[in-house]
Write a protein that binds this ligand. Structure first.
Ligand SMILES: Cc1cc2nc3c(=O)[nH]c(=O)nc-3n(C[C@H](O)[C@H](O)[C@H](O)COP(=O)(O)OP(=O)(O)OC[C@H]3O[C@@H](n4cnc5c(N)ncnc54)[C@H](O)[C@@H]3O)c2cc1C
Length: 478
């Protein structure tokens, strides 16, 4: 009898994890609260998602869905500008996509069903029943009836709803990222001429920053992000959020130029307080992936990447445990370490961007210190920044089918990265980018320091993910 898995949530993290597990021969049931297609924010995808989408069996469906091709990013940050051009910096043709999430998430969910997952929509999970620290069954409501199903493993991919994080009180909100995002959609806009095709634009302003993401069909997603304190102060000057939003995006000369003559085609949306992390990401028989475990910030567009990356390493861990090829605690150490490390590295880089307008070289230099290249040839600081922000550092670190990693180099560089992170998170430097002079960055130092003790995860360092010939964790020493 194949082992059974219940996945809670059918966003990118849930549908990817479910598809990978079904392909690995497990019996998977996915429960999704909504009926797809449904709206979701999070449209700009990183390069590192491409091999994960392929491993989940969704490559053809995503490639034929007509999404906008994304070749990189352009930053206008402080007084600097820099361009990340994947075809020039990685390899010819390197790209991901800018996606309408209603379409992308449905493609990924349909793919999970095509891989053999039993998908229930409009099925809201109400509880996970535990017995001796292990989940025994999941309860949900569907068609007005309460149903229960037992499973060997539960994967919580419920996004911000955070079914398990809430059940166990695991979630910690970040004081430093108490941001508010307002956004809308435009037609007839133009992109900055120097930007690579389909690039995400990140443009800082006096009190926050603006994203511009080109979507298929001449649509441009434009969002303004600021700290809650600035939002409270500036919003009060306007009769509505819609007017606040328009004023803030047109306050940027670059964005005003991009939107000249364009038409706003949707109402303004708002989200706030979305930055948090769970104190643990897994336990006996259960894994928490994607936004259900942690989310940092829209800057650098990392949410879907972290969701699908954590789905990949959770699925590889479960497949290995289910096949009796690996002890559960060893596989879980690997998962906890790898996911937390990817998250921590990105949050350190994102906070550095928020923390100060130094100059672009300082961001690139920091990226180089944070990067773990496992003995690969030394990259330039700009390439290191590109590598981390494309998510490819994480994939390389997970190793296996993607690239072999020297474990001793990993441990050494993890320790080095921690020292650098501690040094660079300077509590006295004003948080210029959000217009808030007195944010306490020490919480961030604790976050990194508390969870990146390489020696605690000694075993985890010796494992790598392999996707072919079958999904599993492999001991790199063997
Ligand atoms: C303002 C803003 C901008 C962003 N921009 C980007 C970006 O450009 N690029 C990027 O990569 N990321 C971005 N993100 C992040 C991105 O939205 C998320 O990180 C991503 O959607 C996480 O995927 P997920 O599968 O973990 O969760 P979700 O996509 O949220 O999916 C969770 C699913 O679980 C379901 N669910 C919830 N509760 C239950 C329940 N009880 N029972 C059953 N199902 C349930 C939900 O209906 C949902 O479908 C942004 C976020 C914000 C706030």
């Amino acid at each position: 009898m194949p082992k059974t898995v219940i996945v809670i949530g059918g966003g990118p993290a849930g549908s990817t994890c479910a598809a990978l597990l079904a392909r690995a021969g497990l019996k998977v049931t996915l429960l999704e609260r909504e009926r797809f297609p449904r709206y979701h924010i999070g449209e700009s995808l990183l390069l590192a998602l491409v091999p994960i989408i392929d491993a989940a069996g969704a490559g053809d469906a995503v490639r034929s869905a007509g999404f906008q091709i994304k070749n990189g990013a352009v930053f206008q940050w402080g007084s600097d500008e820099w361009i990340i051009d994947w075809p020039k910096m990685v390899r010819a043709g390197a790209h991901s996509w800018q996606v309408e999430r209603s379409v992308f998430d449905e493609v990924m969910l349909d793919n999970a069903a095509a891989q053999g997952v039993e998908v229930h929509q409009e099925a809201k999970v109400t509880d996970v029943v535990f017995d001796g620290g292990r989940p025994r069954s999941v309860e949900w409501v569907e068609d007005g009836r309460t149903r229960t199903l037992a499973a060997d493993f539960v994967v919580d991919a419920s996004g911000r709803a955070g079914v398990l994080a809430n059940k166990f009180g695991l979630r910690q909100q970040h004081e430093i990222f108490r941001n508010v995002a307002t956004w809308s959609y435009w037609r007839g806009a133009r992109l900055l001429g120097q930007a690579p095709a389909g690039a995400v634009h990140s443009i800082s302003t006096a009190d926050g920053w603006i994203w511009a993401i080109p979507l298929a069909g001449d649509k441009l997603s434009v969002g303004f992000v600021t700290h809650k304190q600035s939002f409270g102060r500036i919003r009060a000057e306007f009769p509505s959020v819609a007017e606040f939003y328009r004023d803030r995006v047109f306050a940027s000369k670059s964005v005003a130029w991009m939107l000249e003559g364009a038409e706003q085609v949707e109402d303004v949306r708002v989200e706030q307080d979305y930055s948090y992390v769970a104190t643990r990401f897994c336990g006996p028989g259960h894994f928490i992936v994607g936004d259900a475990a942690c989310f940092l910030d829209p800057l650098l567009s990392t949410g879907v990447h972290l969701g699908m990356y954590s789905a990949l390493i959770a699925a590889a861990s479960i497949a290995s445990i289910a096949n009796d090829a690996m002890a559960e605690d060893v596989a879980q150490d690997f998962f906890e370490y790898s996911y937390r490390r990817a998250y921590s590295r990105l949050i350190v880089l994102v906070s550095h961007l928020y923390q100060r307008y130094e100059n672009k070289d300082s961001y690139f230099w920091q990226a180089q210190q944070l990067r773990v290249d496992g003995g690969a040839e030394p990259a330039s600081p700009l390439h290191s920044f590109m590598d981390i922000t494309a998510g490819t550092t994480d994939i390389r670190e997970a190793g296996g089918a993607f690239e072999r990693v020297s474990t001793d180099a990993l441990i050494k560089q993890a320790q080095h990265a921690r020292e650098i992170a501690n040094k660079s998170i300077d509590t006295t430097v004003p948080n210029v980018a959000l217009g808030i002079p007195d944010l306490d960055m020490s919480a961030l130092r604790d976050l990194w320091d508390g969870h990146d003790k390489a020696s605690d995860y000694d075993g985890a360092h010796r494992l790598v993910v392999e996707t072919t010939p079958r999904l599993r964790l492999r001991d790199a020493r063997a």
